[in-house]
Design a binder for this molecule. Sequence first.
Ligand code: ADP
Ligand code: MG
Ligand code: ZN
Length: 500
Amino acid sequence: MKYEAVIGLEIHAELKTKTKMFCSCLNNPEEKIPNKNICPVCLGHPGTLPVINKEAVRKVLLVGLALHSEIPRYSKFDRKNYFYPDLPKGYQISQYDQPLCKGGELSLYLSQDKEEAQKKIKITRVHLEEDTGKLIHSPDKKYTLIDFNRAGVPLMELVTEPVITSGREARLFAQGLQLLLRTLRVSEADMEKGQMRCEVNISLRPIGEEKLGTKVEIKNLNSFRAVERAIEFEIQRQSEILERGEKVIQETRGWDSQKGITYSQRKKEEAQDYRYFPEPDLPPLHIWDEEKEGGLFDLEKLREELPELPWEQKEKMITDYNLSPVQANTLLLDNNLLNFWKKVIEILQEKKVFNNKISNLVSNYLISDVKGFVETEKIEWEKVKLSPVSFVQLMILLEKGKISSRVAKDILQEMIVKGGEAESIVRERGLEKVTAPEQLLPLIQEVIKENPKAVEDYKKGKENAIKFLVGQGMAKTKGSADPKVLEKLIQKILQESNSS
Ligand code: ADP
Ligand code: MG
Ligand code: ZN
């Protein structure tokens, strides 16, 4: 029998706000001193009262608007009760039946495959809750320390419908969401730092069957690669169980990235009853109203605050700026490079020299040469001295055939490290392509004199020998000669000397 995988994701993201979710403690993920940003409210001392952080609510609403979710007029917070040492209050303030955002969708827009990029993943809900503290286990496992700096940090949770069908799709979804959160500036969403955390729910069913199979939930996935690999492993594991005629057990499993396997953590019988009830210390939220000033937010105004969304940017890059989907992705996923590229395009348009050809040229040079050099040399972007203006000068010189690509690449590396103006560097060092025969002829005579062997070879019919002679000529001009002109001239001279 053939099975298909059904996957739903639960993704948490720590919001980037000045203060925590319900108190005025700083929300500083970089804080190194343990238990510095804590107070009686986020520690849940008796008699304290939480106050809702409006900025956190606004940020979740921005996400909902970008995803075309429904934003209900009213929302509320609920208590989720459970005991764990990283939860100082003995409960987490979360949202149960009235989340801030309902429904919505996100396409797999980062896919390089045109059809796959159109696939829309339905979203169930996006809600707001608070994060827990962090447990730090001693290496010998004899004791555990607790840091509550993270307790009470605003945490967004997004839940998808069970409509994802592979590890690859799940990864594309999570990557697309991360880029959205960063574009909206609502979260840094760094998975390695735990600012974005993915839980995967996965089941198998016979192809053609509508009813969902028994699901397994996988936790502790802290990279996109882990999300993809864990799903692939789990599809294999569950299909082997079903092939044997056995049943998949509903349980929570962990991911061991070293071994590349999932392992059982908790069976369903041990599942907790959270005894949700409306948070008695917080008023219900009146999010919006047709009546002016009837709600906390003006949704129309909020919608206008949305920046250009990453899938809109990508679409534009491909249709208006002639980039390939791969090039567009590279720019989208590197914010420094993206901002540089945007300035370059702006300058080209201001100078009225923008066209498809130069657009392609600048993106190729930015992606292969600039990004490549900066990464291999491990230069921080703040230290890159290349200015967009100078880069444009260089690209125009190249496009007009004034300099060779060899010269362009050399100057580019120099300008990244030391700065400087492309036009003046080329002028001062005489790097303009030499195409005038009267300038090249004396040099060709030299090359011919110095390389009798190659000349002989060429005359004997070895076509390749000419490439060598052209190379020698290029070296003499430090790459500023036009190789095509050089080749033609050498050919002409050798043929003339042959017939004479
Ligand atoms: P739970 O109460 O166990 O958290 P939910 O119904 O809230 O379960 O769903 C959590 C996530 O699991 C959602 O992303 C949902 O799409 C997904 N999901 C639910 N049932 C299945 C299933 N049978 N197979 C795969 N995913 C599922
Ligand atoms: Mg769950
Ligand atoms: Zn506090």
